[in-house]
Design a protein around this ligand. Sequence first.
Ligand SMILES: NC(=O)c1ccc[n+]([C@@H]2O[C@H](COP(=O)([O-])OP(=O)(O)OC[C@H]3O[C@@H](n4cnc5c(N)ncnc54)[C@H](OP(=O)(O)O)[C@@H]3O)[C@@H](O)[C@H]2O)c1
Length: 246
Amino acid sequence: MRESAASRPFIILTPGAAALQEAEAVFLMWPFHSADPAAGVVETIRRHAHRVVLLSSGAVRDGLAPEQHPHLVGQSHAWVEQLIKQSGLAWTHLRPSTFAANTLWWADQIRAGDVVQGAYGAVPMTLLHEADIAAVAVSALTEQDHDGAAYDLTGPEVITQAEQVRTIGEVLGRPLRWQELPREAARQRLSADDSFPDSFVDPLLDGYADMLAAPRPTTTSTVEAITGTPARTYHAWVSDHAAEFR
Ligand SMILES: NC(=O)c1ccc[n+]([C@@H]2O[C@H](COP(=O)([O-])OP(=O)(O)OC[C@H]3O[C@@H](n4cnc5c(N)ncnc54)[C@H](OP(=O)(O)O)[C@@H]3O)[C@@H](O)[C@H]2O)c1
């Protein structure tokens, strides 16, 4: 997530409008914590294309108005989903669970030693491989069957952060382990990390606290239903990205 991203969507718009001249369908990512400029972006897409596939978030809840979502990430995605629904475009909303790629945040620690420090190691997640998101997106962009659908996408298993670290160790052939930090220590660690936006530290930790308190997440079979292939495991994701931890 980018700290200064809220001011950048207009950068997309200028070249985007020209690129849209020949576009039938548009894949829209909205990696911002505010939906403010989204109305103009959606309107530009509507003037040129017929279909939009939004990379939304599993944080969006049907039945909740955008402003009723408890966190900024869910709110901004819910707003953009609503704008698209009201736009007259054909639409598909992809609501992915946590990306497996987030665990690249640990790569520096893993290259430096056998311990990964963080808070909420017991948080269970249904990590999703980016290739599965892409495969679903291609179907939604190229087939009409997905118009008007909001898809909850997950990986095929529930796996805690501590288990994720062990899985990376299995793939690398090293005895990696999780070391639990108190929240404040984890907060300071993330805040000191230049590659991690300060504005996302508290939302991330708040999200983990909520996930720990919530019922254990469940997996969906949506990836397989759409692509014909089961969602990839976290072990498979680490194998695909092992070089990035070495
Ligand atoms: N990460 C998750 O676990 C997760 C889960 C569910 C949903 N999502 C949603 O999926 C989307 C992507 O998440 P992410 O975690 O991959 O976000 P991210 O790490 O912030 O990546 C955002 C991507 O957008 C690009 N970007 C940012 N501002 C831009 C701008 N103004 N113009 C063009 N490109 C811009 C960045 O480009 P650079 O390469 O230049 O940095 C980067 O490639 C977000 O909407 C997020 O809420 C994420």
